[in-house]
Design a protein around this ligand. Structure first.
Ligand SMILES: [Zn+2]
Length: 109
């Protein structure tokens, strides 16, 4: 599973860099990243078991896909993951929605 290896590396990066017991992890996941937030949640629970991240809340900020149409030169936000402009052209450049990053890690005090 794609999500499992990605979530594993996120969790080990957090464990490596952050000290103390983690309360909340906030992730930004673009809709065009190919990652399914629900699967990431599931993998997060699995990967954090027995670590300082166990029981931490996972907040996921979902970013919609954005493309620039090369036919009509308009930038638009996609309602889904289908790369198609409202003019009917599929000749588009992805300009947003592919991100996957840690936005914040909150440590228990
Ligand atoms: Zn267009």
């Amino acid at each position: 599973m794609h999500e499992l290896s990605i979530t594993e590396s996120l969790v080990s990066a957090i464990l490596e860099r952050v000290e103390g017991r983690v309360q909340t992890v906030t992730l930004v996941i673009g809709r065009l990243s190919g990652l399914v937030p629900d699967s990431v949640r599931f993998c997060f629970d699995v990967c954090t078991q027995g670590t300082r991240l166990e029981g931490a809340a996972l907040d996921i900020i979902d970013i919609p896909g954005r493309v620039r149409c090369l036919t009509c030169d308009v930038e638009l936000e996609l309602p889904d993951t289908i790369l198609l402009c409202t003019c009917g052209s599929a000749n588009v450049d992805i300009v947003g929605g592919q991100e996957l990053r840690i936005k914040n890690v909150e440590v228990m005090v």
